[in-house]
Design a protein around this ligand. Sequence first.
Ligand code: ATP
Length: 222
Amino acid sequence: SRTGGTIEVTDLVVTYGSATALDHVRLSVRSGEMVALLGPNGAGKSTLADTLSGILTPRSGTVEVGGRLAHIPEGRQLFPDLTVEDNLSLGGWRSRERDPAFVFDLLPRLAELRKRRAGVLSGGEQQMVAFGRAMMSRPDVLVVDELSLGLAPMVTRDLAAHLVALNREQGLTVLLIEQNARLAFGVCERAYVLEAGRVVAEGPCAELAESPRVASAYLGGS
Ligand code: ATP
């Protein structure tokens, strides 16, 4: 067990050419927290994840990550022609972790799939490989972009339960980027709501769920 990492984003501006994708975003995740980032398509969620992992460079503002960060990208981005086990090994290049045994302990289903090509797996299985690959880097902070994308609710719940266990038992800090607010509110204590590149609401999930604006937009109720 170890101390979870931290994320501190201050006044972050990220642009694509002349288009502003993130407009003075401020967000923080403390050690051991599991925090949700909600928002509709195009809000800037993946842009934030890509900036946290260093794929994108801020135009202004600061991004500070305390500890080692792993990012499960939207759409998984596995190597489809490589086996599950080779995909996992590639996840360990930064941590010099070659042996996926501890990931198989964490996600036993992956041990059964180890010799299969990633490209032939189901969506849920692929998401589990992406999850395992991220864990191979021995992260202190995990950024999960759209865990539920294209997955059956049962599969999503199963993966979410694994995340919660890592958070509670090992103190892994998690930023859960989701369009599915029910899922996010079910497992996170706090959330940020991003719309058109701006944080429009933030706070404890229980409070956000009570806000008529958030409820009607994200919980499909009024
Ligand atoms: P989704 O849930 O649909 O993935 P998102 O909240 O992750 O949406 P982003 O993918 O971060 O949103 O996109 C934010 C904005 O930036 C959108 O308007 C999008 O069209 C734009 N954008 C994203 N990537 C690029 C790019 N490579 N070049 C230009 N514009 C981009």
